[in-house]
Design a binder for this molecule. Structure first.
Ligand code: DGY
Length: 437
């Protein structure tokens, strides 16, 4: 009964956020366009009760694909004065690779599309219909995967870089502080919009926004050319969350291609890339002392030695072997698993940079919990996985469908520990998916 009530509220949120043009905004006001990885999670939610909307969501996102396979992070389907920086700042039309005229950003986001398609396949009751849909979309998703290895892997390691913190999805993680410390960005004149919707103390600072804009200006000055960006961007990171999600999507694409038949060459390419990626991932991104996966700073050639929720994402793509997984889960429980905490804080709660109310500097996020839940189950950590799932449901039930949540249980006494945007689409979508398990 309780679950049914939550599910119908979640469905209502998704339906309200769905737009006529065939995409779903993450939430009103704060995020009024289509966001790349949000769309994947949203489609998984819709797949449980409105497959047509789920398919449309994916189709609309893929329609923004550039001729090199790249799929942007925001698609500006409409005008809006509630968001900065909008289409006029990003100027995607500078790139000669743009195909679709709808303006976008010139950066991307974690590639969730492969495993989204596979999840949709498993949820679908009508397998014939979903198979037909997959046949019309899978090559675009494959091209998106290949884009990264062709254009974002300068050392040919099978590890791809991101050139902007907004590509990571974990937008203002304290890990990026190390990069901001290497940069001298101009002071731009701009009017923030996010801080008119949400408490400014929970959002990134203006100084951080100067860095965000500065990197975009560098990319724009070179028409979003990847080679130039790799040469010039002060932010060049091999991110464990980003690479995990890409590998997981590749693994899903392999299984989907096997399912629909043919495509042996693509399957072989994906297998070869994935194997190489996993090898380099384990060699390069694991810190033996922290016993956790970390971010590698390609620009300054060093591992950024911090533990965050991204450190445990590799379980989702079965990157560690069982022995390393055990070590990793030990770190998870030591640092993030205290009984007075909800799982899983986005940044190491024992670290001085931990800020439990600030955007990606500490709070719990439902999409990272969803990845962790599935990752833990893959290695047989069912009890911890169940805790991650129960915690996710409990914080949504207590506080509402917020964007992110305080990890400290004591903060939930008055049911006001949900922060950021409210009626947030992926919180709703993934609740539906978790409750359907
Ligand atoms: C923002 O504006 O904070 C967005 O999350 C960028 O993707």
């Amino acid at each position: 009964m309780k679950d049914q009530k939550l599910i119908s509220k979640a469905r209502e949120i998704l339906n309200n956020n769905y737009q006529e043009k065939g995409f779903t905004i993450p939430c009103q006001g704060l995020y009024p366009f289509q966001w790349n990885w949000d769309s994947g999670f949203i489609a998984i939610g819709f797949a449980h009760f409105d497959m047509e909307k789920a398919k449309k969501e994916i189709k609309t996102l893929i329609d923004s694909q550039w001729s090199n396979g790249f799929i942007p992070h925001i698609i500006f389907h409409n005008e809006s004065d509630t968001y900065f920086p909008g289409s006029e700042f990003h100027q995607s039309s500078l790139s000669p690779l743009v195909v679709n005229k709808v303006p976008t950003t010139g950066m991307t986001q974690p590639h969730v599309l492969g495993f989204t398609l596979e999840r949709m396949y498993h949820i679908a009751e009508n397998k014939e219909d979903i198979t037909a849909f997959i046949k019309t979309t899978i090559d675009a998703v494959y091209e998106y995967s290949l884009y990264f290895y062709k254009h974002r892997d300068p050392l040919d390691e099978g590890l791809v870089y991101i050139y902007h913190n907004w590509e990571s999805g974990t937008d203002n993680s304290p890990i990026w502080d190390d990069i901001w410390n290497t940069m001298k960005s101009p002071e731009y004149k701009f009017e923030r919009r996010d801080t008119t919707h949400v408490d400014a103390s929970q959002r990134p600072s203006n100084e951080e926004y100067n860095h965000y804009l500065h990197i975009i200006e560098i990319a724009k000055a070179h028409n979003y050319n990847d080679e130039k960006i790799a040469e010039l961007s002060p932010f060049l990171i091999q991110d464990p969350l980003f690479n995990t999600v890409l590998i997981a999507s590749n693994q899903s694409l392999i299984r989907l291609y096997e399912l629909i038949g043919g495509n042996e060459d693509k399957i072989a390419t994906l297998k070869q890339l994935t194997e190489k990626s996993i090898q380099s991932f384990n060699d390069k991104l694991y810190d033996e002392e922290l016993k956790a996966y970390c971010h590698y700073d390609l620009r300054n050639k060093k591992l950024l030695r911090y533990t965050s929720s991204s450190s445990f994402a590799p379980l989702f793509a079965e990157i560690p072997d069982q022995k390393r997984a055990e070590e990793l889960v030990g770190t998870l429980m030591d640092k993030f698993g205290n009984e007075d905490q909800y799982m899983c804080a986005s940044f190491d709660p024992t670290h001085e940079r931990y800020k439990p109310k600030q955007y990606w500097r500490g709070p719990v996020w439902i999409n990272l919990n969803w990845l962790l839940y599935h990752g833990l189950n893959k290695y047989g950590y069912n009890t911890i996985a169940q805790r991650v799932k129960d915690d996710s449901i409990e914080i949504l039930e207590k506080n509402g469908f917020y964007e992110y949540f305080d990890a400290r249980k004591e903060e939930h006494k008055n049911n006001t520990a949900g922060y950021g945007g409210n009626n947030f689409s992926w919180s709703a979508a993934l609740l539906i998916d978790l409750l359907s398990e």
